[in-house]
Design a protein around this ligand. Structure first.
Ligand SMILES: [Fe+2]
Ligand SMILES: [Fe+2]
Length: 471
């Protein structure tokens, strides 16, 4: 089961050869995907050899095979984690009953919506990142960008497989629409606002892979606890790939922070910009911006949809089966900060209605760990500057805090106070222009742009001078 059939046109470990109808349907979708990749995937470099990993088995460890490939020749396919024997529904009203191998009629629309919404983020991020290789700070970074991009393309395949295999005609239409929407397009935008935001520079890219891909990790984690077993198995394998995306983001921002700190020390006035670096307050603004967009993605703080998803077993909490003993979440409450009469106060919310917030809390805890890592880097460099995660109320466009103004500490302020400080909290046009001005490609193997520290190690034990992309 774990090994992957690479002989077929569509590599897979779901025995596609024995379902001719499904195979034919997916083979029809495949050229449309490749066409999308050519037009909306990375701009340029499509004929270059890139040192990429490809999944060869879904077993833990040893699943990746490294080699130089041209991106359009990447073997996108359908890989599910192995079926768990006697798996039971982890959460909700039917916790403990056998999982579903097929979609129950009453949850068809909800599940389709969940899969489409997740699926839409995958090609969206590729579109958002499509110009970045033109300004890659090193060949290794360019390779990492492409690795993330091809795997997001594969995540699209994962969701499209579910749509084709389990949702009939509607599913096929949705799969076509996933290739028709465009990040940032006025007429046909991507579903979630954060996936319509431009990602024009590498600080944005590394913040994106730190925060947005981490949001992805927690959404996938919640779906890995689904009663719909094929969705669970799909998400479990996607999570394995996601880990590298998070590494790219975390280590990328850390390298910019280190270099920013070094140049701050080097400049007599402590101004990293004077030496062509990115100063620490500017990095903090990028963190604020992308973190706030990422927490919008978890949905409303108090949500009847979230309650319904949990009750039905469509989603679970992070590590529901492993870390929780009580899986009904009934007769329990979540103490939620809410806004009443212009003040932050708290309210007891039935736990099921607070499931979005519970997942958001797991996510924020993980982000705080990342901040500690970055602050450790700052300490190592001998600076007492501390990076901070803003409050989850700051700069929100969705949920119960949207429409109010908060400072990064989460205290409610007036619109005027917010406007007066916004320039110190969020990227300004000048900041963006400055950062954009630093974005010049460095295409010589082993060399790295001035505004970012070199990576601490190569990919797959190759050295830093390795030709990760053959130009
Ligand atoms: Fe993804
Ligand atoms: Fe990702």
């Amino acid at each position: 089961m774990a090994s992957i059939d690479y002989e077929s046109r569509i590599p897979n470990n779901v025995d596609l050869a024995h379902d001719r109808r499904l195979q034919r349907a997916l083979e029809k979708w495949q050229p449309a995907f490749l066409d999308w990749w050519q037009t909306m995937g990375p701009e340029g470099f499509q004929t270059k050899d890139v040192y990429l990993r490809t999944a060869v088995s879904t077993e833990a460890g040893g699943w990746a095979n490294f080699g130089h490939v041209k991106m359009p020749d990447y073997r996108w396919g359908i890989f599910l984690s192995d079926q768990e024997q006697d798996r039971v529904i982890p959460a909700g009203d039917d916790a403990g009953k056998p999982v579903w191998q097929d979609v129950p009629g009453e949850y068809r629309n909800l599940l389709r919506r969940i899969i489409v919404t997740q699926g839409d983020t995958e090609p969206a991020s590729v579109e958002q990142q499509r110009w970045l290789a033109q300004t890659a700070p090193s060949l290794q970074d360019m390779r990492n960008l492409f690795q993330v991009n091809v795997e997001e393309g594969r995540h699209l395949w994962a969701m499209v497989y579910l749509l084709h295999a389990h949702f009939g005609r509607d599913g096929r239409d949705e799969a076509d629409d996933l290739l028709a929407r465009r990040a940032g397009d006025e007429d046909k935008p991507r579903i979630l606002e954060a996936f319509n935001q431009p990602c024009p520079d590498w600080l944005s890219f590394f913040c994106f892979t730190t925060f947005m891909d981490r949001d992805g990790k927690y959404q996938l984690g919640s779906l890995a606890e689904s009663a719909f077993d094929p969705l669970s198995r799909t998400c479990r394998f996607m999570l394995v790939e996601e880990a590298h995306h998070l590494f790219v983001g975390e280590s990328g921002v850390e390298r910019i922070i280190r270099r920013g700190a070094q140049l701050t020390k080097e400049d007599p006035n402590g101004n990293a910009r004077a030496l062509g670096g990115i100063d620490l307050p500017t990095i903090q603004k990028w963190i604020n911006y992308w973190f706030c967009y990422s927490i919008d993605l978890f949905g409303g703080e108090i949500s009847s949809n979230a309650s319904e998803y949990f009750a039905a077993g469509l989603k679970g909490r992070w590590a529901e089966a492993k870390d929780f003993t009580e899986h009904s979440a009934l007769d329990q409450f979540y103490t939620m900060p809410v806004i009443k009469d212009g003040k932050v106060t708290t309210e007891e919310v039935p736990l099921r209605n607070a499931m979005n917030e519970v997942l958001r809390d797991s996510y924020i805890g993980d982000c705080e760990r990342v901040m500690r890592r970055w602050n450790k880097a700052l300490q190592d460099e001998g600076l007492d500057f501390v990076m901070k995660l803003p409050s989850s109320r700051f700069f929100r466009r969705q949920g119960i805090y949207a429409g109010h103004h908060f400072n990064p500490e989460g205290e409610i302020i007036t619109a005027e106070e917010f406007a007066a400080h916004a320039d110190t909290w969020l990227p300004t046009d000048d900041d963006r222009e400055y950062v954009q001005g630093l974005m010049h490609p460095v295409y010589e193997a082993g060399k790295v742009a001035n505004w970012i520290a070199p990576p601490t190690r190569g990919i797959n034990r190759q050295d830093l001078e390795f030709e990760y992309v053959r130009l």
